[in-house]
Design a protein around this ligand. Structure first.
Ligand code: MN
Ligand code: MN
Length: 313
């Protein structure tokens, strides 16, 4: 790098200042929609802030995986979406644009509120068959209605299981802790899936997380697996910039450990949602999101480069 070549000075508003998307294996795309939130809006501005924060990662070489996404990643910018149309119409647009990207790329999407994950899963289901699902969140998102409305950012997991997009027995939720009736907060477990609540994970990190990681790996096996990361899985100390923060959450370190150790799974794509920059402080939330997305990408690139991950058991 020469003088003035740092990524932040590039001000590209592309993730890591990566190239425009052409034929790279990995694609990043923003989904700037927040019309289905229950509380504070603003996640439509998440993608641009996550990209901006990612520029601090410079050349992108990961300290564990030893690779950078830069040669493998293209930024497809943000989806063009209707802003004031009914949710099913917005979702149809998201699904169509996601399907076109998934046809040629391993995709990472930046939300947007969590309602965008349902059409992303529809596109992934059409391409890969029924999916395993790893879902980081403070909230179960298995409510069967949204305060009287049929669908929103807190119903998509229920809808995805009802539609058969993901296999209930191969659905894993991590970080749950919000208020809610047991029928909703325990829904995935009742359907045969796994839930690791934030309470169950308190004080457990590093090597002590291995039993949890082992159970997740064993449960998901070789199935094609989609990973969705609601940034509010993190404690508000680490990610205040989100619409529905819930104290008592996961640490950045815990989520990084989980992402690193789950990289060997047959992951087919991810999203990171609910970053709402208007409530952020010191770019904590957007930088956390950028770092988690970068970690996912580097894990997948290291795997495709070497055929395996050295650190994997
Ligand atoms: Mn969520
Ligand atoms: Mn949430």
């Amino acid at each position: 790098m020469g003088i003035g070549q740092f990524a932040y000075a590039n001000n590209s508003n592309r993730f890591l200042a990566a190239a425009e998307l052409t034929d790279q294996r990995f694609a990043l795309c923003g989904v700037p929609y927040d019309g289905a939130v229950t509380h504070r809006p603003g996640a439509r501005f998440g993608p641009q802030e996550i990209r901006r924060a990612s520029l601090m990662l410079c050349d992108g070489i990961h300290p564990l995986f030893g690779v950078s996404p830069l040669a493998h990643l293209g930024d497809a910018h943000d989806m063009r979406l209707p802003n004031a149309s009914p949710l099913p119409q917005v979702r149809a647009q998201i699904e169509a644009q996601a399907a076109a990207l998934m046809a040629s790329h391993h995709c990472v999407f930046l939300g947007g509120d969590h309602s965008v994950t349902l059409p992303l899963l529809r596109a992934a289901r059409a391409r890969y068959g029924q999916l395993a699902l790893i879902h980081f969140d403070a909230h179960c998102d298995t409510w069967q209605d949204h305060f009287g409305e049929p669908s929103g950012h807190g119903t998509w997991t229920y809808e995805a299981l009802q539609e058969g997009l993901a296999s209930p027995a191969h659905t894993v939720q991590i970080g749950l802790r919000s208020s809610g009736e047991r029928a909703a907060t325990g829904y995935v477990r009742d359907q045969g899936g796994l839930i690791f609540t934030a309470r169950e994970l308190r004080g457990i990190d590093g090597a002590a997380l291995q039993p949890v990681i082992g159970r997740i790996r064993e449960r998901i096996g070789e199935r094609p697996c989609y990973l969705t990361l609601d940034i509010d899985c993190l404690d508000p100390a680490f990610a205040p910039g989100t619409g529905t923060p819930e104290p008592g959450g996961l640490t950045s370190s815990q989520v990084l450990t989980l992402l690193e150790e789950l990289a060997p799974l047959n992951l087919i794509g991810m999203d990171c949602v609910e970053v709402a920059p208007a409530y952020d402080h010191a770019e904590l939330t957007s930088l956390a999101a950028a770092t988690l997305v970068w970690t996912y990408l580097c894990g997948q690139i290291a795997k495709s480069e070497s055929g395996k991950l050295d650190h994997a058991a």
